[in-house]
Design a protein around this ligand. Structure first.
Ligand SMILES: Cc1cc2nc3c(=O)[nH]c(=O)nc-3n(C[C@H](O)[C@H](O)[C@H](O)COP(=O)(O)OP(=O)(O)OC[C@H]3O[C@@H](n4cnc5c(N)ncnc54)[C@H](O)[C@@H]3O)c2cc1C
Length: 393
């Protein structure tokens, strides 16, 4: 079978397309296999952190994303009694070209990346095409593709498994994916109700600590997304009924009791990391490699950081003599950061909002008041600290 002189990417989510865009930018031909018939339009992640915007800027995608999104220069922690502390990303303007978050649905990014890629030589995408099997030898990776009930075998030089949480690439190679699933499910309610008119001093990104019902409020253009944890005692039918959603929103702000519900997403949340991110010519990135709760918005952002780290190395290997050590550095850096930082921090963020740490509010106020601690804290929550640590590994 002929070997295509291309890198294969499984999955056209934000991670797969960021990987494709960076490879094509570096002169590496790419074929993306996407199981869906079109790009996903699901409402999922909606936060882009400063260093992610710096990376997307290098791909020409930050400006259009900002044009379709909302710029959030500040975020805050609140309790039922009001603001605990507000943090301003301008404090770390020396460390990033984008000292703010952009709030925008992830499907806007995939659309932007895909449309720009269609104008580039070297990019191919095949929709309705599921990667169902993977084998490899010293010189190539062989994928089994399923399309309209028929199968086909194709060979390329490398494979990036960016095929999401249920990754078939991960399964095909038997990567262990250990961790745990939270007992509660998370409900994301989107509404055009403007919480700014109902909660004093609210900013676009707000986390509300509460021992009974913590939640967060995120503004995106035209909507607020409010996320609550739900216990197992609430059935899926009840959880996804508009009246239940309105009752929850009324707990956050009584004026929201009869507001319009634009959409509801109920999902299970996992904390898992693949035991390995590389096997020979195959690499895992994004949700295929790691899952975490959405507190801190690190899942998709961490996945894009994986994609850029990996594809910088693959481009070097493509254009020069491949160095095993360089390629191994991807796993060494990104896996360790995922375990040490993304998993740990997202779990800690959840515990903080649950008020398991009784000193949380006092500690947060001390951090906000002390310039050095404030600066370091912002480097950490913006994920800049994790990238610096990864680079040092
Ligand atoms: C319901 C839901 C809500 C979420 N909300 C948030 C949130 O509020 N905040 C947050 O930070 N994160 C959230 N996340 C997580 C976030 O969406 C992910 O971290 C992010 O999408 C990861 O991107 P990815 O490209 O790795 O995977 P995905 O976005 O899952 O993309 C994978 C792509 O691969 C395709 N695919 C799957 N299998 C195959 C195959 N075998 N062959 C070819 N293609 C395949 C899929 O169709 C998909 O297009 C949410 C996730 C879910 C499921």
């Amino acid at each position: 079978m002929a070997i295509e002189e291309r890198v294969f990417v499984a999955g056209a989510g934000p991670v797969g397309l960021a990987a494709a865009a960076n490879l094509v930018r570096n002169g590496v031909p790419v074929t993306v296999f996407e199981a869906g018939d079109a790009l996903s339009e699901e409402s999922r992640a909606s936060t882009f952190h400063p260093p992610t915007l710096d990376m997307l800027d290098d791909l020409g995608a930050a400006e259009p994303l900002m044009a379709h999104g909302l710029i959030a220069p500040r975020f805050q922690y609140r309790s039922r009694d009001g603001v605990i502390a507000t943090f301003d990303f301008s404090t770390i303007a020396d460390a990033t070209r984008h000292p703010f978050r952009v709030q925008s649905e992830q499907f806007k990014l995939t659309r932007i990346l895909h449309e720009a890629l269609l104008r580039k030589q070297g990019y191919r995408i095949e929709f309705g095409c599921r990667v169902a099997g993977v084998e490899q030898d010293g010189g190539a990776v062989h994928v089994t593709l399923e399309r309209n009930g028929s199968t086909q075998r194709r060979s390329g030089r490398w494979l990036v498994g960016a095929d999401g949480a249920r990754s078939e690439v991960r399964h095909a190679l038997g990567f262990e994916f250990s961790g745990f699933t939270w007992p509660e499910r998370f409900l994301v309610i989107s509404t055009p109700f403007d919480f700014r008119n109902a909660l004093e001093d609210l900013v676009s990104v707000s986390y509300v600590a509460d021992p009974m019902r913590w939640h967060f409020l995120l503004e995106i253009p035209g909507l607020w997304r409010v996320m609550f944890p739900l216990t197992e005692t609430i059935s899926d039918d009840e959880a996804t009924s508009p009246t239940f959603a309105q009752a929850l929103l009324a707990e956050a702000a009584p004026a929201a009791a009869r507001c319009e519900i634009a959409h509801l997403t109920l999902y299970k949340v996992h904390q898992r990391v693949a035991k390995s991110f590389r096997r020979g010519r195959v690499f895992l990135a994004g949700d295929a490699a790691h899952l975490n709760n959405p507190l801190g918005g690190m899942g998709m952002n961490g996945g894009i950081h994986d994609a850029i780290n990996l594809t910088n190395r693959l481009a070097e290997a493509w254009n020069d003599t491949p160095s095993e050590r360089e390629l191994d550095s991807y796993e060494r850096q990104r896996r360790q950061i995922t375990v040490e930082y993304i998993e740990k921090q997202s779990i800690q963020n959840k515990r903080n909002l649950e008020c398991r740490n009784i000193d949380f509010a006092a500690e947060l106020r001390r951090t906000a008041a002390d310039p050095r601690r404030n600066y370091d804290y912002l480097l950490r929550v913006s994920m800049i600290a994790s990238l610096r640590r990864a680079a040092a590994l």
